[in-house]
Design a protein around this ligand. Structure first.
Ligand SMILES: [Fe+2]
Length: 440
């Protein structure tokens, strides 16, 4: 058989494209994951940022103790409330409440648009009341329509460190603050995306350099595999030729039966591994005849019973030979069972029906079709019509009927194209057929 060509390696351009796509996907995924983490970390920073603003603006109220002193007249009360309203208008608070040390409400003022915010504040306050009314500054952040609000509670202590009340307020981040928050978050996200992208760009040449070495290694490995396969196929051909030379000058029989068997195997949609076994078995089916003496193997007339018994041993000799080399072992099914018959009247083990290995049943059809349609020392080739007639008569006897049913429609073209073809033509056809099953 002709040496097998080395298959093309994946092109560098392909690898570049694949790597770029994968790095892009990695960049997007990492940016999303890290961006989300950074986003939440930055949200915590916003808390501190807004808290500081809120505390700064609440100082005038916190520091004026008159708000917490005992009020005697309604007028004094009204005056304080007016001051609180005035403060709300100046600052960013939408709600201010003052409590005494017992957490009893003293004053409460809200801006005109505090409706929805007030509902949210009440919910936050009731949910986190214990946390908010503690001995240190506490706050809870909430969002309404994408704007940040902070429910802030400041415990108030006099010079003797005695708590005299609480200041509670809802701080609303104004447009300027919101822009600062957005800038803070987007700035951080931008840094993450850029950092991941820069990493991908740095990795690209490193991965490509590593890949070049892998491609080189892969090419060497592939060359080695092809060399080994060529060597194995060479062994297959040499062994097949060795026995062909015993009773014929050519390899034609081996080529033809392999073509017939592969054609049937293809029609049966056999998997690559099974097809390889079938090809090896087809080429080496009679390898055991090497051990049969010339006076029996080349005897022109009919063999005696004793001589035929000796001839039958080519099956076991063949199995011994292929069993000695792991690459040929899977030819064993065909070598050992190619003379078994579907009805159990074959040899060597008189296997019956599906007891006969599948490949041996496939090969038996190819072998007999060739025997009938070709010239032998003891007979002229039968016509196609007579061959088909004999094979049909042996359906279920010699042959698996289901397999024969698949083979017969293919046999017309095979007969026209193959049965009288020259050695070179047969070799070329067979090479083209079997090559693809041995290229990994
Ligand atoms: Fe045989």
């Amino acid at each position: 058989m002709r040496p097998l060509p080395i298959s093309a390696s994946p092109s560098t351009e392909n690898i570049h494209r694949k790597l770029i796509v994968r790095l892009l996907i990695g960049w997007i995924v990492l940016s999303i994951v890290l961006g989300t983490v950074v986003f939440f970390v930055k949200l915590e920073d916003i808390d501190d940022f807004v808290k500081e603003l809120a505390i700064a603006e609440s100082k005038p109220l916190i520091q004026d103790k008159q708000y917490f002193s005992h009020i005697t007249t309604e007028q004094e009360r009204k005056s304080i409330i007016e001051k609180l309203y005035h403060h709300i208008e100046l600052a960013h608070f939408v709600n201010v409440e003052l409590y005494n040390a017992k957490r009893e409400e003293l004053y409460k003022v809200s801006s005109k648009d505090a409706g929805l915010i007030e509902i949210e504040r009440k919910e936050v306050e009731s949910k986190y009341r214990t946390y908010l009314f503690s001995d240190s500054v506490a706050y809870k952040k909430f969002f309404i329509d994408g704007r940040v609000y902070l429910c802030l509670v400041v415990p108030l202590f006099d010079d003797d460190n005695k708590k005299y009340g609480y200041f509670e307020a809802v701080y609303r981040a104004d447009d300027k603050t919101m822009k600062a928050i957005r800038d803070l978050i987007f700035g951080a996200l931008l840094i993450v995306v850029a950092a991941v992208f820069a990493t991908a760009v740095i990795f690209y040449p490193i991965v490509m350099a590593m890949n070049r070495n892998l491609i080189k290694l892969n090419k060497n490995l592939m060359k080695f595999t092809i060399d080994l396969t060529n060597a194995n196929i060479g062994i297959l051909e040499s062994l097949g030729s060795a026995i062909a030379k015993r009773d014929s000058d050519t390899n034609s029989h081996n080529y033809r039966v392999t073509i017939y068997a592969v054609t049937l195997g293809t029609a049966l949609d056999l998997k690559d591994a099974q097809m390889q076994s079938l090809i090896k078995g087809s080429f080496l089916h009679d390898i055991g005849k090497i051990a049969i003496s010339d006076n029996i193997l080349l005897k022109p007339g009919k063999l005696t019973e004793e001589e035929f018994a000796h001839m039958k041993t080519h099956v076991t000799h063949g199995l011994d030979i292929v069993g000695k080399y792991s690459w040929l072992k899977d030819a064993g099914d065909v070598v050992a069972c190619h003379h078994e018959k579907y009805d159990g009247n074959g040899y060597l083990r008189q296997l019956k029906g599906e007891e006969i290995p599948f490949n041996a049943r496939v090969f038996a059809i190819a072998d007999v079709f060739d025997a009938l349609t070709s010239k032998r020392p003891y007979k002229e080739p039968f016509s196609y019509k007579k061959t088909v007639q004999i094979m049909k008569e042996n359906s279920g006897k010699h042959f698996d009927p289901k397999l024969l049913e698949v083979f017969l429609p293919l046999s017309v073209e095979l007969h026209d194209k193959i049965s009288e073809a020259e050695d070179d033509t047969l070799q070329k056809i067979m090479n083209d057929m079997v090559r693809k099953y041995f290229v990994y």
